[in-house]
Design a protein around this ligand. Structure first.
Ligand code: GLA
Length: 455
């Protein structure tokens, strides 16, 4: 199969080839006619830069060898029919229209509707044909590896292919994060940008608003090992609330900083990252004392924050929505600003091939995610502890947190011993004999971004 998008040199991996031929056969058997395109959209693992993307600060992810494959053929009407090779995802059908109403919270079909709604807004009447889609994903779900964003990307590319519309991938990478807010998470743009724009053999540094991507080498002689904590971080459940609370805390921190910086601030702060553009010659960490002078370490109530910035709690409540009444502004900001600094240093470490320096930054990121951003959990802590004892040069949680996976940088020669220890001390007591540990911990090689293959 050859690929259609000129922006990537993607080819299917041998594993994908086999899945792809099943997907294409299943499509014909299920839909009763052949598919015309096959789409591949990879998941991602974030190496560094956690919860920085929606703050307009950089991230450092790579695409992984797990993906969503989708076979697609256009329809004569405006119906989108979704089939999934996994039986737990029952078929869905909906109509393309100006306003596409969501299914119930947590329904897998909402990720397709999110893509469709976003494309309808972007492409208007050009997007007129419905389509049949058969979807097969092998990215572990609720694991912090972006299975949902890969699903959104795959759906978007499939609908565009069915309608013969070309939208540049970097445009999609800006459009689809907003589209994915359809499912109610206030996510940033890392996942979709990685799935679309990744380069084989490389990590990426991604900056936001506007989107910019640079490729970076991984340290030669080291492997990226990802371990599932077996705690599901459901994007539609409690993790969604906890994630959205972090986004709101960062927005509130901007309001307090605006107040603290007063006339020295040329315009309002939409994100903490705006500080970089507004004060290009000042290190980001310079701004922490300004915030620390205003707020204590402990969490504040909305009333306290409103008093601080001279507004009414009701007005703030309208802006924040129902996300509780405890906001840890100083600790969250400390994480975000120090994490952005770490990404800067990590880029230099990767360019210098300095695995040890990169690993130290991963470890520091983990501590900050745990203590200041409070997104770890006991199982992740246990995994990180075992990983360090087993010789990982860097070990940290990855993705939104609240469960999901750890990512570890391990010297290639140490990988077998590392896996033995992780299996013995973490998985052995937790997995049934019949379960394969290879379904829970992975050695990932950086893959290319999404591609559309005409069949
Ligand atoms: C989720 C979101 C991303 C990003 C990470 C945390 O994966 O979808 O946008 O915020 O969490 O770094």
């Amino acid at each position: 199969m050859t690929e259609m998008n000129p922006q990537t040199t993607a080819r299917l991996t041998p594993d994908d080839e086999e899945r792809a031929s099943h997907v294409v056969d299943d499509f014909r058997a299920t839909v009763g006619r052949p598919a015309l395109h096959l789409v591949r959209a990879p998941g991602r693992v974030n190496l560094l830069g956690e919860h920085t993307d929606y703050n307009g600060l950089p991230v450092l992810p790579m695409a992984i060898d797990r993906s969503v494959l989708t076979a697609v053929a256009p329809r004569a009407d405006r119906t989108i029919r979704l089939f999934n090779s996994a039986p737990q995802f029952a078929p869905r059908a909906y109509e393309l229209g100006d306003t596409i109403e969501p299914y119930a919270d947590g329904d897998w079909g909402n990720y397709s509707k999110a893509a469709a709604q976003g494309l309808v807004r972007h492409c208007g009447a050009q997007l007129r044909r419905g389509a049949d889609l058969l979807i097969n994903g092998n990215i572990p779900s609720s694991a912090g590896l972006s299975s949902s964003s890969a699903l959104v990307v795959a759906n978007a590319l499939a609908l565009l292919a069915a309608n013969d519309i070309e939208v540049p991938y970097d445009t999609l990478a800006e459009l689809l994060p907003l589209a994915e807010r359809y499912v109610g998470t206030l996510s940033g743009g890392m996942d979709q940008a990685t799935s679309l724009l990744a380069r084989a053999g490389h990590a990426l540094r991604i900056d936001f608003f506007p989107l910019r991507v640079r490729t970076l080498p991984l340290p030669p002689g080291y492997s990226v090992v990802v371990c599932h904590s077996l705690v599901q971080a459901e994007k539609s459940g409690a993790a969604k609330q906890a994630y959205n609370l972090r986004v709101i805390e960062c927005r509130l921190a901007c309001r307090v900083l605006e107040n603290a910086l007063g006339a020295s601030l040329p315009r309002s702060l939409h994100t903490l990252g705006d500080l970089v553009a507004l004060f290009p010659h000042r290190p980001l960490l310079d701004f922490l004392p300004h915030l620390a002078a205003q707020v204590p370490e402990r969490s504040l109530s909305l009333t306290e924050i409103a008093t601080l910035i001279g507004t009414s709690p009701e007005r703030l409540r309208e802006e924040c929505g129902a996300v509780g009444d405890a906001f840890a502004l100083l600790r969250r900001t400390r994480h975000v600003l120090t994490e952005a600094e770490r990404v800067e240093r990590a880029e230099a470490a990767l360019n210098a091939g300095d695995a040890v320096a990169f690993g130290q930054l991963m470890d520091a990121s983990h501590g900050s995610c745990r203590d200041d951003y409070e997104i770890s959990c006991p199982e992740i802590e246990e995994l990180v502890g075992i990983a360090k004892e087993a010789g990982a040069v860097g070990a940290r949680l990855t993705g939104a947190g609240f469960g999901g996976c750890t990512v570890n940088l391990v010297a290639e020669a140490d990988v077998p011993g590392f896996l033995t220890r992780i299996d013995r001390y973490f998985y052995r007591s937790r997995l049934a004999h019949s379960e394969r540990v290879s379904n829970y911990r992975f050695i990932f090689k950086p893959q290319a971004g999404a591609a559309v293959f005409p069949l």
